[in-house]
Ligand binder design. Structure first.
Ligand code: NAD
Ligand code: WQD
Length: 360
């Protein structure tokens, strides 16, 4: 009796209380599912600027657990302070941010404010409420045009747009924070190209308007929302002339966050780390189109057009640091990524709610 009671108490002590900003978004929602599935307690703060409240219901449908949810802008210090006061967080995973490259060129004020002030507010509150660990969503976009592939974390910064610049500045800011506050540990995870969806098809990527990214464009062509795919250039120096990227299944990516949490838990003295999350393999636009058609039986009509401004030929990750340090590596192949993306799109032809308001 005594034994089982103490095991129970130990288990309770091991439950982590994690603040997930942007937890209603694409990568955030998949990470919340993985955290809840393993028994961690999750609190989401999201302003639903690029997501839907329905995501929280869907997370509950998959996991049988409902994360606490607060509708708030992370840049709102007093709203966030109420959340920090209410919970004794062990970790922060900071996904919230604006992420469209083209929009960032048109609206640098929005991007600099949203992507920098949010992190600043979180760090102020972490210092005040004694929260010691944060995992930050960075991006392979900070490398810009790489000198060599696979890209290692020590490659120089060379972002080519305001979005990428905000990610770089966040990393520099967080590094300075760890120098001044030795108690705070930071891992910046640089994601390559997340695609796919939860295997249930219940949550997935739901871009507003015309998708900027390749996979949601392909699935929207497949479902009949768009007539054809525009392939941005076929004269790059790659095996078939189209751009090569490191596509990673979003569930693998989500699990990378759990590995990062575990690393910081086991290494509380860790200071500041930058780690690539990718598969280490590159596929071209036409490889992706071909694989998608193979696994779904749906042909994707496409037309070759001009290159998109700023696009590079080839980008894929050196993933050895993630493997060595976190013991993590991506498991799902391109076929599985295509299958899961299609299951999500075909089960949800209009995304979470078509034309309904995001707050519904
Ligand atoms: P997403 O837009 O689906 O999710 C971001 C979430 O944050 C959304 O739910 C949005 O409503 C919320 N949000 C934005 N600003 C907010 C604010 N000020 N306060 C509260 N909530 C706010 O994007 P995602 O694809 O899940 O990306 C998550 C993070 O990963 C972002 O920081 C993004 O820059 C980064 N990232 C994404 C990719 C990618 O290709 N998807 C690649 C590299 C890095
Ligand atoms: C992939 C390939 C395109 C759309 C972007 C951001 C990056 C990161 C991930 C956040 C390229 C080609 C695309 C289309 C196409 N996001 N393409 N037709 O550009 O590698 O990265 O998303 O951090 O910052 O820049 O991804 O999916 O847009 O493009 O031919 O309609 O598909 O040219 O070769 P990208 P993508």
């Amino acid at each position: 009796m005594n034994n089982s009671k103490s095991t129970l108490q130990r288990k309770r002590v091991n439950i982590l209380k994690i603040l997930v900003t942007g937890g209603a978004g694409f990568i955030g929602s998949h990470t919340v599912v993985e955290l809840l599935d393993r028994g961690d307690q999750v609190v989401i703060v999201d302003d639903l600027s690029n997501s839907h409240l329905k995501v929280v219901d869907r997370i509950e449908k998959i996991t049988g657990k409902r994360p606490d949810f607060f509708l708030a802008n992370i840049c709102d210090f007093s709203a966030m302070e109420k959340v920090f006061k209410q919970y004794d967080f062990d970790f922060v995973i900071h996904f919230a941010g604006s992420k469209a490259v083209g929009e960032s060129v048109e609206k640098p004020l929005l991007y600099y404010r949203n992507n920098l002030e949010s992190t600043w507010v979180l760090i102020e509150l972490m210092a005040k409420y004694n929260v010691k660990s944060i995992i930050f969503s960075s991006s392979a976009t900070v490398y810009g045009q790489p000198d060599a592939v696979p890209i290692i974390e020590t490659s120089p910064y060379s972002p080519t747009n305001p979005y990428g610049e905000t990610k770089m500045i966040n990393e520099l800011f967080l590094k300075d924070v760890t120098a001044a506050y030795p108690d705070i540990s930071v891992i910046c995870l640089r994601y390559f190209n997340p695609i796919g969806a939860h295997e249930s098809g219940i949550i997935g990527e739901d871009p507003q308007g015309i998708p900027n990214n390749l996979m949601p464009f392909i699935t929207q062509v497949a479902i009949g929302i768009r007539e054809e795919l525009f392939v941005f250039g076929n004269n790059f120096d790659t095996h078939d002339g189209t751009g090569v990227r490191d596509y990673i299944h979003v569930v693998d990516l989500a699990k990378g966050h759990l590995a990062a949490v575990d690393y910081l838990k086991a290494n509380p003295d860790a200071s500041f780390l930058i780690i690539n999350l990718g598969t280490g393999r590159g596929y071209s636009v036409l490889d992706l189109v071909k694989t998608f058609s193979e696994v779904t039986g749906i042909e994707i009509p496409y037309r070759i057009t001009e290159r998109r401004a700023g696009d590079i030929a080839t980008c894929y990750a050196d993933v050895s640091l993630a493997k060595d340090l976190l013991g993590w590596e991506a498991k799902f192949d391109l076929k599985r990524m295509c299958k899961d993306s299609w299951r999500w799109q075909s089960q949800n032809p209009k995304g979470y709610c078509g034309n309904c308001s995001q707050k519904e």
